[in-house]
Design a protein around this ligand. Structure first.
Ligand code: FES
Length: 166
C-alpha cells in the first residue's frame, strides 16, 4: 500500500507519429503492475501527445518550467517551458474515464470525455463540463532519434488540486 512511487521512464513510441500542431495524438503502451499476493500483470494504458505552438505552451506553463517531485519532495524531472511536446495522462481528471481527441461542432477540435462531457483544449485547460482541473501533464523527453519516454504518473480523480497516487 505504501510502495514507493515508480519514477522510471517508459518508452511509448516514436515522435514521428505526431503530425499536426495543437492536435492530440494517442500513444498506447503496456505497463507491468504487481499488487500484493497477486501475480505480475500487464495493463494497457495510454497518453495523449500534443506538439504545441508557443501560444499553447504559454497557456500550459505560464512562463515557468514545471518541476516534478517524488514522494519525498525531491526533484525528479523538469519539463522545460519551451519544449514543444506535451504528454497528458490518458485518464480524465473528473473520474478517470478515457477521453478522445474529437471535433466539437462549436469548439472545433478538443479533448472530449464521453462519461460526463468534460471538454479540454489542446493545452489541457477545461472548456466545459464537471472536470475539476486541467488534464494531468506528465514528464516527457524525446531522444535525438525520436523515441518518446514518459514517467507514467497517475493522480487522484475528482479533486481540484493534483495528488499523485501512482
Ligand atoms: Fe471524464 Fe467524468 S470522467 S467527465
Amino acid at each position: 500500500m505504501y510502495a514507493p512511487l515508480d519514477n522510471s521512464w517508459l518508452k511509448i513510441g516514436n515522435i514521428a507519429k505526431v503530425k499536426d500542431e495543437n492536435s492530440g495524438t494517442q500513444f498506447e503502451y503496456k505497463r507491468k503492475v504487481k499488487e500484493a499476493y497477486m501475480p505480475e500483470a500487464e495493463i494497457e494504458k495510454n497518453v495523449w501527445l500534443v506538439k504545441a505552438t508557443p501560444a499553447v505552451l504559454e497557456k500550459v506553463y505560464q512562463g515557468k518550467d514545471m518541476e516534478f517531485v517524488d514522494s519525498g519532495g525531491k526533484a525528479i524531472w523538469t519539463n522545460k517551458k519551451d519544449f514543444p511536446y506535451l504528454a497528458f495522462s490518458g485518464k480524465c481528471p473528473h473520474l478517470g474515464c478515457a477521453y478522445k481527441w474529437r471535433k466539437h461542432k462549436v469548439l472545433g477540435q478538443v479533448f472530449l470525455c464521453p462519461c460526463h462531457l468534460s471538454i479540454y483544449d489542446a493545452s489541457g485547460q477545461v472548456l466545459d463540463g464537471p472536470a475539476p482541473r486541467p488534464l494531468d501533464l506528465l514528464p516527457i523527453q524525446v531522444s535525438a532519434s525520436g523515441d518518446v519516454q514518459i514517467i507514467d504518473m497517475e493522480f487522484k480523480a475528482g479533486t481540484k488540486s493534483q495528488t499523485r497516487i501512482v
